[in-house]
Design a protein around this ligand. Structure first.
Ligand code: WTA
Length: 662
């Protein structure tokens, strides 16, 4: 790993303080025994029966881990269960009248919707009957392209009930992104929505869904939820099905939850990688559900009587694992908020915590940086004393933001868990156990018990404490992805090839590579430094540079493009595009606009470039590779160091002139 990266990270993670978790928290925590680390290490892999035991199984598994064919591991083999039964039905006796989902719309003058477990059970059954009626069968992939409306988790659970894997596409993604994912998954069903509210406006969503469907190369049945009512009279195409009307036809229907094999697919989630094609990450019913349920209990300290709030969008993995499956499997109340944190004012989050007396808050560092910028007066206006635990996920959190969160939101009375994980890991991997370990702002923490995580150099040897290296995971875990959808070869190539002997069938020869850089301290605490592949993390959202580059190259007049991530005070990273036009000239405002639009059309507004710099050439090494690091330095205004290894060193002056002229 290069010295420059290490240096800038050093600045970001200047550490020193260690904090004990508050005694009042520890007294009541779900996990308090430090012996859990040794216990799990000694009793591996059987330790993970503790996670499986949190679920209700229709039939017991025979084997905890089948590692006979690495890296195609299987967990809880032979067991059968249903995720919707675990998230809903099994709570009916004791918690039927307690709130399962507390849904808060963005407009403050409308009635929010809360669903008891009994009501959720009704809705899920009726939706399951409705989907079946449309022809959805076991193993059919149902795509969902919906904002934060209650029908989204209801439809997910309805799919789980009938054994149909869902593939949720973030509503902020573009029509093209929807089409790519539906084509890749051969998905013949779509559940979407007319629109949603954003900062007071009714925004239409359905037109985007329809545009996407126009590029899907097979027939699709599309079901449309009416969120906006009279605020938007959405057009329906001939074959579109109205969600409410369809569900009404099934009022009172009961659908038996289908027993699924532990290894049957629960869902697919597309995520960005190094190449342009999004990766269809496959998660299974037994391993994934055990993992998110156990981590919700052990790390987020979820208890049934809590009002737990994760402010992510369900369109990302965090929402799947820690708004829907984990919390509901534990029978708690999970909060779902439709809008943004600054509408109608910058205290909306704190107003919600205050009003609903939420007990946990799990959010992203980018949100915390925005809160800091807005000022501590906003949280100070509200009673936040109901909070017991705070969490972060999605990107590194610098100690300053960590401390702000701890002090101004947690009142120095709540532990903060900085949780490192990925779409592929299903759930949390590196974090302190809040009732056990001390906290070090800036460092995520040790790996969870039962995990074998290391920081190594390029040849796989552990690095010294404090040195930067690459994160690796040396043993399988129940929540891990099983493969990339219909692409076993890419699965091996992307995640295992780097540090494994891929000819071996000995699981000890296999190591998972998450493509993150990290360092580890003398106490085994890991500070995650960020991606080492061509992935940019904008506001905690993963974007592939290749995807953005191919969108830009698709714009008329563009010959070549390189995209890099530059530092950004709130978003963490921002997209910077360096573009060569067909005539090697400055493309001007008009082309710049078309490039930005092209990226929004291909991916979505989250990928919008912060800057577009026209350059006659891109800096290339002698072997013809684009020197991205140099472009990153230019985007960050950093010293460039030596450029003598370039084939075309003169280009650097041209680019810098273009940046200044922009
Ligand atoms: C980054 C989100 C530092 C990391 C759950 C990872 C983090 C990528 C942290 C996965 C953290 C996530 N500290 N970096 N606590 N959490 N990341 O798949 O680079 O959207 O590889 O999953 O986010 O992003 P994904």
């Amino acid at each position: 790993m290069s010295g420059e990266t290490d240096h800038s990270m050093e600045a970001r993670t200047a550490q020193g303080d260690e904090l004990e978790p508050p005694a009042s928290f520890v007294e009541q925590a779900n996990v308090t025994d430090p012996g859990i680390y040794d216990e799990f290490a000694e009793n591996w892999p059987e330790c993970w029966e503790q996670a499986a035991d949190l679920l209700d199984w229709d039939s017991d598994y025979d084997t905890v881990l089948d590692d006979s064919n690495p890296p195609f591991y299987e967990w809880f083999t032979g067991g059968e269960l249903n995720a919707s039964y675990n998230a809903v039905d099994r709570h009916l006796d004791e918690r039927g009248d307690e709130t399962a989902i507390e849904w808060i719309g963005e407009p403050t003058d409308e009635a929010n919707r809360s669903y008891t477990y009994r009501e959720l059970h009704r809705e899920v059954n009726e939706a399951a009957a409705a989907l079946r009626d449309l022809g959805v069968g076991e193993d059919d992939v149902v795509t969902m392209y919906m904002p934060m409306v209650p029908e989204l988790p209801i439809a997910m659970l309805a799919c789980a009930r009938i054994g149909a894997p869902h593939s949720v596409v973030f509503a902020g993604f573009s029509a093209d992104a929807l089409a790519t994912r539906m084509n890749a998954a051969d998905s013949e069903y779509l559940v979407t929505c007319d629109g949603y509210y954003r900062r007071g406006d009714a925004l239409e969503h359905k037109a985007k869904a329809d545009d996407g469907l126009a590029s899907v190369d097979h027939d699709v049945t599309s079901v449309v939820v009416d969120r906006l009512g009279d605020d938007y009279d959405h057009p329906m195409r001939d074959d579109d099905v109205d969600y409410d009307a369809l569900v009404d036809e099934h009022t009172g229907a009961d659908v038996d939850p289908v027993s699924r094999d532990a290894e049957d697919m629960l869902f697919l989630m597309y995520t960005s990688g190094t190449t342009g094609e999004p990766k269809g990450v496959k998660h299974t019913t037994g391993g994934y559900l055990s993992w998110v349920t156990w981590t919700s209990q052990a790390v987020l300290d979820v208890k049934p009587e809590d009002t737990y709030w994760c402010s992510a969008d369900i369109g990302w993995i965090t929402g799947h694992s820690y708004i829907v499956y984990g919390p509901l499997s534990l029978g708690t109340t999970t909060v779902m908020y439709e809008g943004t944190p600054d509408y109608p004012d910058k205290d909306r989050m704190w107003e919600i915590v205050d009003e609903y007396e939420t007990t946990q808050l799990y959010t992203a560092p980018t949100a915390i940086r925005a809160f800091m910028k807005w000022g501590e007066q906003y949280p100070a206006e509200h009673d936040l004393s109901s909070l017991r635990l705070l969490g972060t996920v999605g990107e590194p959190i610098n100690p300053k933001a960590w401390k702000w969160y701890y002090e101004h939101v947690g009142g120095e009375d709540c532990p903060v868990v900085d949780t490192w994980w990925q779409t592929e890991t299903g759930g949390m991997m590196i974090t302190t156990l809040p009732g056990v370990g001390e906290m070090k702002p800036g460092a995520a923490g040790p790996p969870l018990p039962g995990l074998d995580v290391n920081v190594v150099d390029g040849s796989g040897q552990p690095v010294d404490a404090g040195d930067a290296g690459y994160l690796t995971v040396d043993r399988p875990w129940p929540g891990m992805l099983r493969t990339l959808y219909q692409n076993d070869e890419r699965y091996v190539q992307e995640y295992w090839a780097e540090y494994s002997d891929t000819d071996s069938d000995d699981p000890d020869d296999w190591t998972y590579f998450p493509e993150d850089g990290a360092k580890i301290d003398d106490d085994g605490y890991i500070t995650v430094l960020g991606r080492v592949d061509d992935v940019i993390n904008v506001s905690g959202h993963r974007l592939g540079t290749m995807e953005i580059e191919s969108a830009i190259v698709g714009v008329e007049g563009v010959a070549e493009a390189a995209v890099v991530g530059g530092n950004h005070p709130v978003k963490g990273e921002a997209v910077h595009a360096f573009v060569i036009t067909e005539d090697h000239a400055d493309g001007g405002e008009e082309l710049r606009e078309r490039i930005i639009q092209g990226v929004e059309d291909a991916i979505g507004p989250i990928a919008r470039p912060e800057s577009v710099v026209f350059t006659p050439e891109l800096p290339k090494t002698r072997s013809g590779k684009i020197m991205r690091r140099l472009l990153e330095d230019i985007a960050n205004g950093d010293d460039l160091g030596t450029t003598s290894t370039l084939r075309n060193p003169d280009v650097v002056d041209d680019i810098q002139a273009a940046v200044e002229g922009e």
